[in-house]
Write a protein that binds this ligand. Structure first.
Ligand code: TRP
Length: 489
């Protein structure tokens, strides 16, 4: 079912007239190419969205923030803020047909808006680079667990053993550095080759496989005897356990998990074929992303409770629980290796989208080849990754914002944020939601409604509802959450 393309053809006519006068032609197709179909866009964007955020981060932050109520707020944030803003981000990209920095420049010049809106593109480049630096370190953990499962290390392991393995890995800067380096090289190589060759094919196979394997894991979790307890933890809201800061973390995670707020989805949108429906594609991407996160939670928490582990164990949660499941189930080493292979893959398809906005910009404005642009970005993020590596070992007490007390004449500090904590907090909870807010304001209030509607090709009630949510509901919700988190509300 296709909508008639009301108005769209007129726009195209105007633009092509524009072109004849010698203006750059590339805003109808990006100079970097285009996805071969709308399905490839959906797959690529889902590949970007589904990643460590779903499998590693969602379960541990849900655990740290008390479970059910947090999950509910997170789902609301996806529906009321994430999906509308994702549509806006894709439409900006597809209209601009350039890297986010140049897309924003083009759109502000086209509409004679204030040039300050361009800073959004720059902030996105910085945020992507900061996220990539720690993302690669965590993806390195998954690589290491992949190898451990291949060699059968976890056969019959108990909870204390699994914790020890994790502590040994994160306690060793050399090992973390080695895996971080391997992952960053993998990411750089794919981006250097261009998104279309190789990755499209891989994503097609890997994403469905990941899904099936998660179902197998949920099936195993159902045999632990603590499935009900796991589900109750995830889905029974207890609002007493929810602080203003937890709500901000849920909002930040909605942006993180959908890859919003820094231009990754915008740059993927700039490669999207013209006729494809943005609203339907977005719903599919967000739906797949949410499902994977919930399945990961349903696989992990029953194992947590069956083994008397702590749901609030923090970033090590996934890595301390699943080896127990794989260590006990038949064919566990095989399934375990396969699972961590798929996690690595999910992280890989996400990491490339963190690099792409910067690479596209370096190619457009500075005459870099893709390969050099990818190398330069990867190298810079690799160096910054050292800060995350040291956060888990020699730098574990290089912290800020600790609460210190004098106890029996000795100063005791707790709750300090390591470099990793700071990078994560700053990007997920501040930079991405702010980026999203600016995107909502730009598409909702600054750009001409007619242009927005033409790019979105959404008419009638559907458009009105989306436009209202984007203009009023999402920005107000975000501002309320920010104020709540800093204690003003
Ligand atoms: N969404 C990915 C995940 O959940 C991470 C990611 C990829 C991302 N690209 C992004 C996060 C852009 C924020 C912005 O693992």
């Amino acid at each position: 079912m296709r909508r008639p393309q009301r108005g769209g053809s007129k726009l195209r006519e105007q633009l092509s007239n524009h072109d004849k006068k010698g203006e750059a032609v590339e805003h109808r197709e990006s100079i970097h190419g285009e996805w071969s179909s709308r399905w490839v866009f959906v797959l690529a964007a889902a590949g970007s969205a589904v990643g460590l955020g779903n499998i590693w981060k969602f379960p541990y932050i849900a655990g740290e923030n008390g479970g059910g109520a947090f999950v509910l707020v997170y789902l609301l944030c996806i529906a009321l803020v994430g999906i509308p803003i994702m549509m806006a981000e894709v439409l900006l990209g597809r209209r601009g047909r350039r890297s986010p920095i140049n897309t924003l420049r083009f759109l502000t010049q086209e509409g004679h808006h204030h040039p300050a809106w361009e800073y959004l593109g720059w902030a996105g480049v910085v945020a992507g680079f900061l996220i990539l630096s720690y993302y690669s370190v965590i993806a390195g953990w998954a690589l290491s667990y992949l190898v451990w499962h291949i060699t059968g290390t976890f056969q019959g392991i108990d909870a204390a053993g699994a914790q020890q393995f994790f502590a040994d890995l994160t306690g060793s800067p050399e090992r973390l550095l080695a895996w971080h380096t391997i992952f960053m090289v993998m990411t750089t190589l794919v981006v250097a080759r261009g998104v279309r060759s190789g990755l499209e094919q891989a994503v097609r196979v890997m994403m469905p496989a990941l899904f099936v394997l998660l179902l197998v894991l949920v099936g195993y979790a159902a045999t632990t005897g603590h499935f009900g307890e796991g589900l109750a933890f995830l889905f029974t809201p207890d609002f007493h356990r929810l602080s203003g800061n937890s709500v901000l973390i849920a909002l930040g995670h909605a942006f993180f998990t959908l890859s919003l707020g820094m231009g990754a989805i915008m740059v993927y949108g700039s490669y999207m074929p013209h006729g494809a429906s943005i609203s339907r594609s977005t719903l599919m991407i967000a739906g797949a992303d949410t499902l994977v996160a919930l399945l990961a939670g349903m696989a992990i928490f029953p194992v947590v409770f069956a083994n008397g582990l702590e749901p609030g164990a923090g970033p090590g949660l996934l890595f301390q629980t699943l080896p127990l499941a794989f260590g006990q189930m038949p064919w566990g080493s095989l399934f375990g290796a396969l699972f961590f292979l798929l996690v690595t893959f999910a992280a890989w398809t996400s990491a490339i989208s963190l690099v792409e906005p910067t690479v596209a910009w370096l190619v457009e404005n500075h005459g870099f080849t893709r390969a050099w642009a990818a190398l330069a970005t990867g190298l810079a993020a690799w160096v910054l990754g050292l800060a995350t590596i040291f956060s888990f070992n020699i730098g574990a007490d290089w912290t800020l914002f600790a609460h210190c007390q004098i106890e029996a004449g000795v100063e005791v500090c707790s709750g300090g944020k390591t470099a990793f904590d700071l990078l994560d907090y700053l990007t997920s909870n501040i930079m991405l939601p702010l980026g999203g807010l600016v995107i909502a304001l730009f598409a909702g209030w600054v750009m001409q409604r007619r242009l927005v509607q033409e790019e979105l090709r959404l008419y009638g009630k559907g458009f009105e509802v989306w436009y209202f949510v984007l203009r009023y509901l999402s920005p107000v919700a975000m501002i309320v959450v920010f104020l709540g988190a800093i204690g003003i509300l």
